[in-house]
Design a protein around this ligand. Sequence first.
Ligand SMILES: [Ca+2]
Ligand SMILES: [Ca+2]
Length: 167
Amino acid sequence: MFAKMIVDLKDMRCHKPAHLKGRKIYELVDVDVCPDGDARLVDECKLQTDQCHQHAQCSDRKDGYVCSCQAGFTGDGKQCLDINECKLGRQCVENSKCMNTLGSYLCICNEGFVKNNLTCDDIDECRDGTALCHRDAACENIPGNYTCTCKPGYYGKNGQDCIREGR
Ligand SMILES: [Ca+2]
Ligand SMILES: [Ca+2]
């Protein structure tokens, strides 16, 4: 059977992506016959004649090929749209916000919190020295922030500038 096809077709349909141009790929018989007597399956994925979306996986089949969207995308494989995971309900841990990305999403800890494995933990600004309290103020750590309060006998705005009373 293949021998006859070789005679009939010669090298006209031998792994030349150009011969697929302008045709509906799905209607093609997915076998190429080459002059060396080989009958090979056309691998549209390898030849890059497939019509899979850039964010789809192409898988060759005997009767054509199939496209399936990569993880994080939705569609029929010819069209793949990013899934906005942030809109699909709660994706991120407490004290973090969700940021959609192409093919995935990120959880970013809120200001004043730091990533610690799978959680976002409060930063203790009083302990790590990043608090901007005056030296005559008391620093108190609170979730997501901290407060400065001038020590008794001192006054000042926000505890960042404390002046001794009576001066
Ligand atoms: Ca996404
Ligand atoms: Ca804090």
